[in-house]
Design a protein around this ligand. Structure first.
Ligand code: C2E
Ligand code: MG
Ligand code: MG
Length: 253
């Protein structure tokens, strides 16, 4: 039996990775404005392995750099393809790992991918987590500025679960804050207070704000009332493979 590490090493070559895309909807217009790229490992024996079960190993072994670069490439290629097929242009967002951010040539790699896929940079967004954005501050500022200069936007994922420096948040050219799904569960009154505060904070800093993990009508109604810009979650759509999304776009016009 091969070790998980060896299998992971070969997974790219064997084309076992797939990207599912989860629509992000504008609360105001009701239109799909973005898609988050979420990696899946389709293992021949074990079936679909969720990212949390192999990304830590990919990070420890350094394989995440190669895998992560493929995710950016594939998401840009697919997004360009949708545009060529005549769908309304959308932003595709790709999750970055802390290990990837440490690469000195990451900006150059992204630039190269945009050139090769011919995707306009305004249709790519990169997600970093709150804790990533607060560690190694000088490096991160330089990297985020580099993306900004390329025309690629950067968002803060899982906001509210880590440590933040409001100073950094206001200094970095961040375009969007993603409220972590743990706060969207409105059955707890303090979560509602936290969500309201994050929405106000984002808007005060001239950033957009999106709620993740929206599952119910009540949650959606609350976010709409509080003027959250976008939502993402099972209430609207789960992450879908590209061919199923084509039908989704057609359905929603
Ligand atoms: P994330 O970036 O915060 O992504 C959101 C996760 O919430 C996804 O899990 C998504 O399927 C799930 N989700 C979406 N809507 C709902 C909902 O309404 N309810 C619930 N309970 N969950 C919802 P997934 O796909 O398993 O991904 C987990 C994490 O793995 C991601 O969290 C992200 O941190 C990481 N990840 C995924 N793809 C990549 C990748 O290409 N590179 C890196 N570095 N990390 C990735
Ligand atoms: Mg994310
Ligand atoms: Mg998240």
């Amino acid at each position: 039996m091969q070790s998980m590490e060896n299998e992971l090493r070969n997974a790219l070559k064997k084309k076992q990775f797939e990207i599912h895309y989860q629509p992000q909807k504008s609360v105001k217009s009701g239109r799909i404005v973005g898609l988050e790229a979420l990696l899946r490992w389709e293992h021949p024996d074990k079936g679909s392995i969720p990212p949390m079960d192999f990304i830590p190993l990919a990070e420890r072994t350094g394989l995440i750099n190669e895998i992560g670069e493929w995710v950016i490439y594939e998401a840009c290629r697919q997004n360009k393809r949708w545009q060529e097929d005549g769908y309304d242009p959308m932003v595709v967002s790709v999750n970055l790992s802390a290990v990837q951010l440490d690469q000195t040539n990451l900006i150059e790699k992204v630039k190269c991918i945009l050139r090769n896929t011919d995707l306009d940079p305004e249709y790519l967004e990169l997600e970093i987590t709150e804790s990533m954005s607060m560690s190694n501050e000088e490096n991160i500022l330089e990297t985020i500025n580099g993306f900004h200069q390329l025309g690629v936007s950067v968002s803060i994922d899982d906001f509210g679960t880590g440590y933040s420096s409001l100073k950094n948040l206001s200094l970095y050219p961040i375009t969007k804050i993603k409220i972590d799904k743990m706060f969207i569960d409105g059955s707890q009154e303090h979560n509602k207070t936290i969500v309201k505060s994050i929405i106000h904070l984002s808007h005060a800093l001239n950033m957009k704000v999106i709620a993740e993990g929206v599952e119910t009508k009540e949650q959606f109604a609350f976010l709409e009332r509080e003027k959250c810009d976008e939502i993402q979650g099972y209430y609207f759509s789960k992450p879908l493979p590209p061919d199923e999304l084509n039908q989704f776009f057609l359905r929603s016009g």
